[in-house]
Design a protein. Sequence first.
Length: 352
Amino acid sequence: MKRLDNPTHRFEQVALDWEVPPPEVHIEVYEDATKSILAENNSPDIGFRWSLNPYRGCTHACAYCYARPSHEYLGFGAGTDFDTRIAVKLKAPELLREALAKRSWRRELIAFSGDTDCYQPLEAQYLLTRRCLEVCLEFGNPVGLITKSFLVTRDVDILEAMAREGLVSVAISVAFADDDMARLMEPGAPRPSKRIEALARLAAAGVPCEVVVAPIIPGLNDDQIPAILERARAAGAVGAGHVLLRLPGAVREVFLTRLKEKFPLRAKRVEALLAEARDGRLNDPRFGHRMTGSGPYWEAVAASFELHCRRLGLTAERCVLEPKPRPVPLRGQMNLFDPPAAKATAGSRRMR
């Protein structure tokens, strides 16, 4: 990869939209010369077949991010490198256009993004996600979008146009109801209150929205679930889902180090409850992508989640996209992120 290192020049019209105090560390940006943009997934535990990631690495710096190990394939580390050494796929819109123009393509749903947030701060300058959405709108291709960023509201014009054609649904990821707690685990991400505001703006524009409480960290944020669901419903969310914390590979060390540093009095309880919900292990490699848990504790959390969803009128089913007819034949209704043969159960969720 080629490193991009240019000082801000005096005629520059756009800048990174941090939404939070910028990090003290230096951010390095690399050009990713990938020759394809759509990643195909065949795991039954991931609820989508195709995903698009304009960026690798993420300055949101969430300690729990399951995508961290993917940075090791670039020769980088899964810790600070993941937060500060970002690969940018500059040709993403052009590569997407080529993919959607193929005769073999059948307008299957594309998840934005499968790994890192497609609206992280660099998007304010590179506009890759926006340009990819413009391509999807042009081709009438359905999109399932998930993000933590308020920057998604910048593209409300495109998302509104896509929603009118049944082409898009947006999921806002919120792990904490408390802004201060969130900052300790998600230092580069927008405050949860801003994410709820983003959800409200999109819903007001007619964009189908849902909230995903992800990840649920036993003993740390599980008691905040009702508040998150209530605020999301008041903002206009129509659905909700949740994901249990996963700690694949190097994520375990990154997360536990941050947990012990920021929440020293809760660390042991969090580890104990997570192990209880994961069949005695913090992360079982046999179920690397498993997003639910087991045992009495997790059953109680899942039951409580379902109860609050019913009380608030939030559906546990993914938003069904019904794209308007285009020249390319459709395969029928498309259920956001869910595999065709899978049926979502109340309180369970497939994400990212």
